[in-house]
Design a protein around this ligand. Structure first.
Ligand SMILES: [Zn+2]
Length: 375
């Protein structure tokens, strides 16, 4: 621990404030394949940072949009020009990303879309990018991606009441997009306002193709927001062996939830849930989505300080939460654990570290629990 953090921690104790929250790099959770389960038949879930995950079953790989360029808080707040940092992408993106057939984008804010064109053009060159019409209009500024950006159309979207259309992204992988929402990023208590003030910036969408890449954070318009179900199938067009639910913003219950008709076919194995944003003001987040999906594993994303690049984690030997959210991160994990254990005491909640946390989960009914795990 650096001296200044130690002084801060000691100084806060007499004030009754909670100590800063962090995960030491040596305690980043990981899970290996259970004994007797070859990794190729298991599901690998590798946390990449922010809302980025690499999902892999054998040769089938799907990415959800990661962020490696991590502009600073000041650059974002001042709406300074920001751009992808290829060196960071090259350093931290796992080599398996080259096999990805899909990059799933839940919404088009910079912390989800800034690095996608760079990754799709330079690494995941076989992948199509799936997102909203706004995602496609923004990425139209990168002509060499032409034909690889798929806007999921309204008639193909599901919602919490009815299934959408399954889209095949590989012979044994299909996805379904679900209508979802974006929460407020923060809520401020302002001295001149009698009520708390929720802040939700960069809303709205685009209706025409961009000719030049977005320049500042505010140029990355949110657009429509989707959650996704990702199924890894036993055979081409067959039955799901692994099912993953992905959201990149928390929602009010039941927005973005999986419809009952889809869940009847198979429960969710892994739910990838968003911690970031003002979840305290949402209706039952994360309890509602955990009761809906009943996952065997819940992996919590978008919790760490995404205003610093990942090489900074090695400086203090720790991963810190989004600035100002120490207690929120603790609260979210506790609420997720309580809600999930009420649904299924065998299920587990993981708070992963970017790049360092890689989980190998067996299929349901296989040998179940991971061989090695640290909370
Ligand atoms: Zn966002």
């Amino acid at each position: 621990m650096q001296l200044r953090r130690l002084i801060l921690a000691v100084a806060l104790i007499p004030l009754g404030c909670a100590a800063p929250f962090s995960v030491p790099l040596g305690q980043c959770p990981v899970a290996s394949a259970p004994p007797g389960v070859p990794e190729d038949s298991a599901l690998v879930v590798h946390y990449l940072g922010v809302s980025g995950f690499l999902l892999k079953r054998g040769d089938d790989v799907v990415l959800t949009a990661p962020l490696y360029s991590n502009p600073s808080l000041v650059e974002v707040v001042l709406d300074h020009a920001i751009r992808p940092d290829s060196a960071q992408v090259d350093r931290f993106l796992p080599p398996e990303a080259a096999e990805a057939r899909a990059i799933l984008v839940g919404h088009s804010h910079y912390d989800h879309l800034l690095d996608v064109s760079n990754i799709a053009r330079r690494h995941a060159t076989r992948a199509r990018v799936y997102g909203s019409p706004t995602t496609r209009h923004l990425l139209a500024a990168f002509p060499d991606l032409d034909g690889r950006v798929v806007a999921v159309e309204e008639e193909d979207l599901g919602n919490h009441e009815r299934p959408g259309r399954w889209l095949d992204v590989a012979p044994r992988v299909r996805i379904m997009a679900l209508e979802s929402h974006h929460s407020s990023q923060v809520t401020l208590e302002l001295p001149f306002s009698p009520q708390p003030t929720p802040i939700h910036v960069w809303r709205g969408g685009l209706d025409h193709d961009q000719e030049t890449p977005p320049r500042t954070a505010s140029d990355w318009a949110e657009g429509a927001v989707y959650a996704y179900v990702v199924d890894f199938l036993d055979t081409p067009g067959g039955r799901p062996v692994f099912r993953v639910y992905f959201q990149d913003s928390g929602t009010d219950e039941p927005v973005g939830y999986v419809p009952e008709a889809v869940l009847r076919e198979k429960r969710v194995d892994v739910a990838l849930l968003c911690v970031g944003g003002d979840f305290h003001r949402l209706r039952r987040h994360p309890e509602g989505i955990l009761e809906n999906t009943r996952p065997r594993h819940a992996v919590l994303g978008h919790w760490e300080d995404f205003f610093v690049t990942q090489d900074n984690h090695a400086v203090d030997g720790r991963v810190y939460p989004i600035p100002g959210t120490d207690q929120d991160t603790r609260d979210f994990r506790k609420r997720a654990e309580e809600a999930l254990h009420a649904v299924d005491p065998e299920s587990k909640v993981w708070l992963p570290c970017p790049t360092r946390s890689r989980f190998v989960f067996a299929a349901e009914g296989g040998r179940g629990r991971p061989l090695t795990s640290r909370p």
